[in-house]
Design a protein around this ligand. Sequence first.
Ligand code: SF4
Ligand code: SF4
Length: 384
Amino acid sequence: MPVLARAGRRNPVTCLPNSVEASCSGRRLRGATRATYREVAVIPNLTSGDATGMAGTAACGLKRRALGRTGLVVSRMCFGTLTMGPLQAKLSLKEGASLIRAAMDAGVNFIDTAELYGTYEYIREALSGRGGIRSRDRDSVVIASKSYDYAYDGMRQAVERALRAMGIDYIDIFLLHEQESALTLKGHHEALRYLARAREAGKVRAIGVSTHHVACVRAAAAMPEIDVIHPLLNRSGIGIADGTASDMLEAVREAHRAGKGIYSMKALGGGALLDDVEGSLGWVLAQPCVDSIAVGIKTLDELRMDLAIFEGRRPDDALRERTRQNKALIIEPWCTGCGTCVARCTHGALRIAPETGRAAVDTARCVLCGYCQAACPEFCMKVV
Ligand code: SF4
Ligand code: SF4
């Protein structure tokens, strides 16, 4: 089993230029007490990336940032695993693991998952050598996961499950999944109490919340036990439950000023902004209060395209054309109209249409997260 990062340990992927590394113990910046926008460039090692199809990626460097006051240093690009997993692209274990490895080889050191996504196995496989988990690989990556559990024991079990499934003995960030407000955070008091205990014990390095709500960002910013916020943020405000893009941006700025690490999600509105990937990602990248941006990736071309944008290179036309696509939520005709998905969608994007008796989607509200798919007992929903 891997060991916890120790002071003075140099890490092959997170090693930083001397001036920064002088204040850095492995992945953690010791004594980090205030938010910083300082960025460092990491030149990717593409040696093994070549073997997985990443040959030709320019080595101009993916930037890294301190994640608030957590002491973690993360690449500005965070690899979102939802899209590759069973809720969406359903990649094979080998394909998914190989994609994560290719991203790591290109300098991405931050991976986002969740209990709901069903992608722990991909991460385990990506971190595994033939002889089991190699601690060198574990220590070189920052892993974030989430659970909906609200009870002390329930959250303990969720963390234990994550550790077991990924074959690791600590997790860098554990988040309360999809929080909405001060009230829902209060309702998760016991889960937070467990996470604080786990942080003390070194099983969890930082505690966070993921949210689509401005109100939650504001509430979490004021809570000392929360280190990291994972907010929905895109230039059109698609998917923000209680405000505009400006409202969310202002709340995120305040949270960052308060020392919270910020890694955002849905820069492309869950697929709705795919017609201008560069402009949409560029808008979030230009926000100094966002330390890292989670992007869902399911193909090598998408990885190449995102790397180019994050590194400030212009993706070539052929690559841009290959990655141009439209995602959609499909509801199969055997839907029974049970309504489970309607209750599950926090965006109010689903209803049971009286004329058909089946679920129908409001595409203006749907952010293509695929969460309803996990709730459907008839397996008749999919994001494609
Ligand atoms: S309809 Fe489904 S995919 Fe769309 S926002 Fe709601 S839960 Fe997500
Ligand atoms: S949960 Fe599935 S079966 Fe039930 S209404 Fe939604 S799509 Fe139809």
